[in-house]
Design a protein around this ligand. Structure first.
Ligand code: NDP
Length: 288
């Protein structure tokens, strides 16, 4: 069944969202600040609105995928009256506090609000492996879940609108630190004449295998006892030699030095004999 939906923002991601809707048999109403971006999509059956206000008025379900939090306010603040009584799904990447602020703004105006965090690049939208995290109005999620599933696997995390963003950032934080670790390894090997491509072939299966360690760390953290036997201790995990080796290769030791600082804080506090998972405490309780 085709659902009337409006989509504001036809950047790389918005255009992929629109195209996927069209392929699934929906006929979205589209708007983009700069003209011309809807042309190819109109050819596929979409309707182009002459203004953001016109797009909002066309559908009970309004989806925005703009650049950032400020651009969402810039576009929607003047339309708050038009949005009243409608459902707003915000797929723009924002931090949790921004999502909560928008949810409060929406509640004040009688707008039903659902926040989304896209865990995919545009080419993955509508393909297996794409995931979108949601939080905010449970009712909106339930009502529109079938449409949201056209884009990706949709998962709902709760009424706190900041949760989708929080999960999104938690996953992306892990990814960026891993990427930096891979690039540090590549930089270490570069002076030895090893190409990044050769290292990538080695690193991908190694890091994939290492993800098997997450569950063990989680068990220790959730159990609340970092002294349980069978763990690699913080003292054993001293990364001093890694830092020296980086310097001796003439490359920056920053990615590994960051990990060493987290280890050192626990060692200094007298926990050197406890498990590596204890650096969770260095992060959870930041140094003053
Ligand atoms: P693009 O830079 O390709 O597109 C940005 C869009 O925002 C354009 O439609 C642009 O309009 C619009 N825009 C920017 N500022 C304003 C403004 N002040 N008023 C009105 N419209 C504005 O970005 P993406 O499409 O890639 O990303 C969109 C969102 O999706 C971002 O929040 C991004 O973080 C998120 N996302 C993107 C991913 C990706 O891989 N691309 C992955 C996951 C999330 P105009 O054409 O007029 O410039």
């Amino acid at each position: 069944e085709s659902i009337q939906v409006s989509l504001l923002g036809l950047g790389a991601m918005g255009a992929a969202l629109a195209e996927t809707l069209l392929k699934a048999g929906h006929t979205p109403t589209l708007w983009n600040r700069s003209p011309g971006k809807a042309d190819a999509l109109v050819a596929l059956g979409a309707t182009e609105a002459g203004s953001a206000a016109e797009a909002v008025r066309a559908s009970r379900l309004v989806v925005v995928c703009l650049f950032d939090h400020d651009s969402v306010h810039e576009v929607l603040d003047p339309l708050v009256g038009d949005l009243a009584g409608r459902t707003l799904v915000n797929l723009t990447t924002t931090k949790p506090e921004h999502a909560r602020e928008l949810a409060a703004w929406a509640a004040e105006a009688g707008i039903t609000y659902l926040d989304g965090g896209i865990m995919a690049v545009p080419s993955m939208i509508g393909q297996p492996g794409a995931s979108i995290l949601y939080s905010g109005s449970a009712e909106a999620f339930r009502e529109h879940e079938a449409l949201l599933d056209v884009w990706a696997t949709s998962t709902y995390y709760g009424e706190d609108a900041g949760l989708a963003s929080l999960y999104d950032f938690a996953l992306l934080s892990g990814m960026y630190v891993m990427f930096a670790g891979f690039l540090h390894g590549a930089a270490l090997l570069a002076p030895a004449g090893v190409s990044a491509g050769e290292f990538a072939k080695l690193a991908a299966p190694w890091l994939t295998a290492m993800t098997g360690g997450f569950a063990g760390f989680a068990e220790v953290i959730d159990g609340g006892d970092y002294t349980v036997p069978g763990q690699q201790s913080l003292e054993f995990s001293d990364l001093g030699l890694f830092i020296e080796a980086s310097v001796e290769q003439g490359v920056s030791a920053e990615p590994i030095a960051m990990v060493q600082r987290l280890i050192q804080r626990q060692v200094d506090a007298g926990h050197g004999g406890e498990g590596f998972a204890r650096i969770f405490e260095s992060i959870r309780r930041p140094a003053a």
